[in-house]
Design a protein around this ligand. Sequence first.
Ligand code: APR
Length: 175
Amino acid sequence: MPILNKVEVLVGDITQLDVAVIVNAANSQLAGGGGVDGAIHEAAGYRQLQEACAVFGGCPTGDVRLTPSFNLPSKAIIHAVGPIWRGGEQGEPDTLRSCYRKAMAVAAKEGFESIAFSAISCGVYGYPHELAVVIAVNEVVCCLAQDSTVKKVIFCCFGEEMADLYRQRLKNATV
Ligand code: APR
């Protein structure tokens, strides 16, 4: 199957998706919060998910941790800690790239065939959307080219504006 056929853009609530694993935009304490993290905690079951996260004692920025997803339709959650945007000269692109690469590596290692990403760092962490989308698409396409375990990647957006950016970028993507 051509690689770009494995990638889909969806507008909706990531907590509702029936995929093997969803990717949360977490903080480095894995302490829960607002945005997509809050929605995931609420839907998964706040107490159980916090207990599962507490085992790790946090997670460095640019890295990911895997937990069960409890009450969600997905099997598991990958918590990715994206960078806070500080103007782009503080390593933000590499750190964001690392979140996507590590999430794809965990999915492949665990044998998860479908994965849905939230737009890591694109909310309160302030990453410019156009720049984040280029990184997300490039890194995911690159990972799909290197390992065939993952058969479906969904970029789950909370609005049409964000979804359009992904669609545009995918149109221009080269594999
Ligand atoms: N489903 C899909 N996407 C969602 C949902 C949802 N239910 N809720 C919010 N989003 C989108 C936002 O519109 C944004 O595009 O997720 C993207 C990421 O935004 P944030 O959740 O603010 O994540 P981020 O910018 O990475 O900031 C992380 O926010 O609350 C916290 O604990 C979290 O401290 C961490 C910080």
